[in-house]
Design a protein around this ligand. Sequence first.
Ligand code: 1GP
Length: 252
Amino acid sequence: MRHLKIGRIEQYLLSKLEAGEKIHLLLIDPEESSPENASVIASKAEEAGSDGIMVGGSTFFSQSQMDELVKSIKSSVRIPVIIFPNNITSISRYADAIWFMSLLNSVDHYFIIGAQSQGAVLVSQYGLEAIPMGYLVFGGDTAVAAMGRALPLPFNRGEVAACYALAAQYLGMRFVYLEAGSGAQRPIPPQTIKAVRRAVTIPIIVGGGIKRPEDAVEALKAGADIIVTGTIAEESFERCREIIRAVKSFKP
Ligand code: 1GP
């Protein structure tokens, strides 16, 4: 009998959480960053204490540009680079790992299991570590909601998100991501994160619209384990640094 083996990057994330640390991941959107610019931002994030770089964007479909971007980031940082795919074109052999994710509240089979079934063999051939994650999209007014054909989860009905999150856990997904959408007007409300926290034991990732250290701290207090920020680093790296500092110094 062959047993499930947790990969190196997942172990890296889990060991930090088990040690009581919270995690910050910087999201780089290939549409907003040239490879040069991405490597500069990634090294600044590493210097500031971020734990890893995610690469992905809802409306990006060039595998060759994805490769260039990932290579450029990899050459400038030691922290892991994890693909945050919107499609099979995001699968780059140069990354350390890929969130192997399913948009559970999509109405489209393609985003639940279609792209995953198309991409799985390539992930295996590239030797990419696949980290299973359930992805939940809140609100309708974002690129991810539109492109992923989400039936958006309501921001203020935590019990609905909790149902999906618990289903993700029971399906064997090892992380759940509460997504407000990149550049969202408001982040996921703490009450909603709390409801999900009460329901699941797997790590909770929260992202979308986090622009202030207070937003990150509120999410962590509510039970988030991993904070993702993207847009703020493009707008002002100084603000992003403050958020990273708040996450890394958080004490429950
Ligand atoms: C988007 O959750 C991420 O997928 C990050 O969102 O760009 O709003 O920080 P922001």
